[in-house]
Design a protein around this ligand. Sequence first.
Ligand SMILES: Nc1ncnc2c1ncn2[C@@H]1O[C@H](COP(=O)(O)OP(=O)(O)O)[C@@H](O)[C@H]1O
Ligand SMILES: [Mg+2]
Length: 509
Amino acid sequence: MRTGTEQEILLKAIDAFRNKLIVVSPDYRILAWRCHRNIPSDDDQVGQLCYRVLHARSEPCGHCAVKTVLETRRPAWSPRDEELLSGETVPCHYAYPVFSGDEIEAVVSMEMEPPARSQIEEKLQRSNAFLRNLITSAVDGVMAADKKGKVIIYNDTAEQIFGYGVKEALETLDIRAIYPDGLEREVMRQLRSEAHGGRGKLRSFLVDVLHRDGTRIPINLNAAIVYEGDQEVATIGFFHDMRETLKMNKVLEKVQLQLMQSEKMASLGKLAAGVAHQLNNPLGGVTLYTRLVLEDYELPPGAREDLGRVLRDTERCRETVKELLEFTRQTRHLMQPHDLNQAISRTLFLLKNQPLFQNITIETQLDGSLPPVHSDIQQINHLFMNLVLNAAQAMGGCGRLAIQTSRAPGAADRVHIEISDSGPGIAADVLPHIFEPFFTTKPEGEGTGLGLSLVYGIVENHGGQIKATSTPGEGATFVIQLPITPKADDGERNSGNDASCSSANLSGR
Ligand SMILES: Nc1ncnc2c1ncn2[C@@H]1O[C@H](COP(=O)(O)OP(=O)(O)O)[C@@H](O)[C@H]1O
Ligand SMILES: [Mg+2]
């Protein structure tokens, strides 16, 4: 038995200990305490459940040192290793049992600094933290799961790919939920097979995973089974998001296709020019000899009219050949004054007999006093061809196409061209993108998405402006303004809710 003085000194010694100290019974009821900020008043809490009073929980805390003491009957420290792994920090407590005979009568828990760790432990902690950092900052999504499928490692990139927060994933996510249609079984089957880099390994396996919102995301997966001895204890996966790469591949494929297409067009153009050239001479011959027959011979009744028809048709053929030659003329950036009304008529002449134009009413209002525009006629031909074709395609071959030219209102040194159609128009979310290369709303194989970007470039080359406006459901209008002669600096810009391109500097051309 201690003396009264000894007991008094001991109580004073406890009081002098400035850290939290609490004594609880084996059923977690507070027996005594001191210096505890979470406890509001002295007496009330004695006899209450410590986890309820201190942490407002309905059961003992998972990391509690008292719990460990009760389980092991030995002194214990919190936090334990699991808390350190998850990155959660909890105050450190030292707890030890008070025995009465063989039974634990109470557990004392005090908040205090853990004793200095051994060097090895220190190193281990540091390398743990380093590994955790490595995983967190990896550019691929990293996810590991234990045998039951519970996620135990989950990094920031995984959060971006799958959409679950780190805490949520660690607490509630089952790895099976990230694979669609039971694909996790297939992944596990491949992992256990020898097919992809040996048993327990999966190299560059293409698979879809599910984002939290249900979106399927293409992934290049590298994964491994983690063994302890012969036992499978976990799986770890490195998820490389393939969306960007696939998008890039698509663009490359399109470019390749377009290159092939433009090569094809170039050789077709040459072919057409060659054929046109070949036809020119015999057509000249037909015209000449028909005229001679008409002049030199007595003709039976009706023959004169027939020969007149031959002459008219031949003339039409020659006209077509002339337009075709003009259209395919190989000129490179040859800037000369050209009549744009004539260029428009030529485009329409070539197109109007095509099947696509059979049910399209073409209305032209071409200003006869339009001054010639300093331009590269081949580019101008392409420009009109693209705009007129787009309009006809949009109308599905049936509707009204109106083309109008005039002096630009308020700018005598510019011409104004308007091409309108009665098609479905351009949706507001599509309009800002139509001049972008490869942008198309047409099905694969029908549109290259390059027509309008070509048009944009041509207008830019000529120091002009183009804008598209549309009331969806009522058609689309493309307005082009071109300077009659190129200017060194043209600072005017379009504004508003339409898709437009601004003027380009022509100096140096
Ligand atoms: N007159 C028009 N009416 C409606 N939409 C149009 C019209 N002209 C162009 N567009 C839209 O702009 C997109 C891009 O046109 P373009 O660059 O010529 O490529 P493509 O014709 O190959 O699709 C088209 O897919 C279409 O959605
Ligand atoms: Mg087009």
